[in-house]
Ligand binder design. Structure first.
Ligand code: FAD
Length: 337
């Protein structure tokens, strides 16, 4: 059985059993670049150029408004704005920030979009990449501007407000998930009933692929030297997102510093937790929780997952480099379905 496999950060899309299918049973595929990464959308039925164009347009629109890599984006303009005044934003941005704030609350601040200045300081944002930790006093200084409580969001009319002039938001841990959900809405509204959407490793499916087989997705091993699946799962009408410390990091004096920052300390997560994958009904929720739980660390992450009935897989790296995986009860239950 020929398996076509495509690897993405965190997720490994295994399109098994496509061999021997008639051409009309092969999913149509549309790919491109967005948000400093790639997207890949597969849907069954005839290729529809107008739909493919609408997919790319929506992603470019979101990139243009949510990016901290574009000074003209509304997020960058908000970050540069003064404090204590409502700053008008699009409904999308307000919706994303509202969910971000709720997950900040439920994760005791482990997820916090105001880590932006720390992400830049550690070299994981739009500025130059760093190869060693910044001075501790600079970390303390930036940390004083961090706190999701500094941000207020209004839905009608949509607007954001910050209570500290130096507070700046970074939506990198939630906006790609939102983008996946926006494409899901586009495809559903176009009457497509079987699709798989992936943006930068965040992924969501509808229906099944050929002959009623569910879409199969691999969760990648959090290793740097090659890409291989820790496990392959069936994923239908659900989303999966992974956050990890094995793609975006630097090592200094034998310690790994990755791009997931603890908003309470200002430092990157400890270097033994390889990755957290979360399955949820929508990709934005999965995306944000994956970062929140990575920051929380394995014990607290499993407690939080149980308290919120989240389906999570945590893959940790032992001192000997060996990987161990722990599943929340909700994830284990999905495997038994
Ligand atoms: P995830 O685990 O999903 O998120 C980690 C990221 O979230 C970190 O990189 C940091 O930015 C942020 N973060 C860290 N700690 C926390 C925390 N505790 N709480 C909340 N957030 C945290 N990259 C480029 O190189 N070039 C680009 O032009 C570019 N454009 C982008 C435009 C948009 C709209 C977005 C959303 C991102 C863009 N990026 C760009 C960043 C890139 O797409 C990825 O978002 C980034 O590499 C992290 O994605 P991930 O899935 O690996 O990490």
């Amino acid at each position: 059985m020929k398996t076509i496999s495509i690897c993405f950060l965190g997720c490994f899309i295994a399109l098994a059993a496509l061999s021997g299918c008639t051409p009309q049973e092969q999913p149509h595929s549309v790919r491109g670049e967005t948000m400093g990464t790639f997207y890949n959308v597969k849907y069954f039925g005839a290729a529809r150029l107008a739909l493919d164009a609408a997919i790319d347009n929506r992603l470019q629109q979101l990139d243009a408004s949510l990016s901290t890599y574009k000074s003209s984006s509304e997020v960058s303009l908000f970050n540069a704005s003064k404090a204590n005044q409502w700053f008008s934003v699009s409904a999308s941005t307000a919706e994303i920030v509202a969910l971000a704030q709720s997950i900040s609350l439920r994760s005791d601040g482990a997820f916090d979009i105001t880590v932006g200045p720390l992400v830049e300081l550690w070299g994981f944002g739009s500025g130059p990449f760093q190869s060693e930790p910044p001075p501790a006093e600079l970390i303390r200084e930036r940390l004083s501007h961090v706190g999701y409580q500094n941000i207020s969001v209004r839905n009608n009319p949509p607007a954001l407000r910050k209570s500290h002039p130096a507070t700046a938001i970074d939506l990198s841990a939630i906006a790609k998930g939102y983008a996946v959900d926006q494409l899901a809405e586009l495809l559903d509204n176009a009457g497509v009933d079987a699709w798989l959407i992936e943006v930068g490793g965040e992924l969501r499916t509808r229906g099944s692929k050929t002959a009623g087989q569910p879409w199969q997705v691999g969760i990648e091993k959090p290793i740097t030297n090659k890409r291989s699946a820790q496990r392959i799962i069936s994923l239908s009408n659900a989303a999966i997102a992974t956050s990890g410390d094995y793609r975006n990091f630097f090592e200094f004096n034998g310690v790994r510093y990755s791009h997931s920052i603890n908003p309470l300390t200002g430092w990157p997560v400890p270097d033994n937790i390889g990755s957290v994958s979360v399955i949820a009904n929508d990709a934005m929720t999965a995306d944000a929780w994956a970062t929140a739980l990575l920051v929380k660390g394995s014990d607290e992450a499993l407690q939080l997952a149980e308290a919120n009935d989240l389906a999570i897989s945590i893959i940790q790296r032992g001192a000997d480099g060996k990987l161990t995986e722990q599943l929340s009860p909700a994830f284990a239950a999905l495997l038994n379905n």
